[in-house]
Design a protein around this ligand. Sequence first.
Ligand SMILES: C[S@@+](CC[C@H](N)C(=O)[O-])C[C@H]1O[C@@H](n2cnc3c(N)ncnc32)[C@H](O)[C@@H]1O
Length: 289
Amino acid sequence: MNQKKYLNKIIQGDALSVLKTLPDGIVDCGVTSPPYNKGENKKGWLVANVKYSGAVDKLPEELYQKSQVEVLNELFRVTKPGGSFFYNHKLRWERGKMLHPMDWLRKTNWTIRQEIIWDRKIAANIRGWRFWQIEERIYWLYKPKEGKLIGKELKPKHALLTSIWRFSPEQNIPHPAPFPLALPTRAIYSVMDENKGVIIDPYCGSGTTLVAAKILKHDFIGIEISKEYVKFAENRLKNYINEIEEANKELSQHIVIKTFKERKEKGEFVGKYRMKNNDRQKMLVLFDP
Ligand SMILES: C[S@@+](CC[C@H](N)C(=O)[O-])C[C@H]1O[C@@H](n2cnc3c(N)ncnc32)[C@H](O)[C@@H]1O
């Protein structure tokens, strides 16, 4: 099969329809942030609207969730066993009822490997009906290989980055909802720091995932419905060199300063807190109200 014809391109069109035209098992990893079905016109005065140039982000919620399951299952089909997909979404509320990404993620074929909190480091507003929502979520989805649900162990230099990722929102890209380059760079590099492969983003917007893939020397497949954003992303990819420095800032954080052996030799923390009885007594006294 000639896979090359699909690679290093942005295919303009609807994510689900385009995904259906791709062959099985050609992708190694993906990152995306789909439209969140935020209802566009329903926003209260505290929250800014997000409007895309080529799509309406306003479906009946049931239909939205059903279409996300379909897209995610197509992504599962085009991904190789052992592959990963990072799905950025957030908690939403509709008429007081919480809508959680897990509501539809559990209906897909993927194994949910981890829920990562994206702390967007934004300032809180002083008014609101809930504690100010400054986080989004990133779901690490995994396609099991040879019946093994857990997959390979993550290298320490990546695992050390923890399940809370702290990145400020992207400010300099003229798209209504881009994520920062550090986000797909971290996701892809953490699971593919040696082998090169194919990275997909089915809602690629301004092309952030594709730029990260290109900098990390992978092939990529982008899908995007808006002709305007496709044009912008293609141009951004041509000038990807300008973004290498930004990506390198993220890569420089994947580092183990002291190995397990070195910590052990120095009697430092190696992963398990073993509290001596004396210490436990002292803690109880400290916490005694
Ligand atoms: C949250 S944005 C993604 C932004 C992207 N991560 C970036 O960094 O620029 C979602 C994108 O999905 C696109 N979109 C909306 N509906 C779509 C559909 N049915 N198929 C493909 N793309 C769609 C929008 O035009 C928008 O660019």
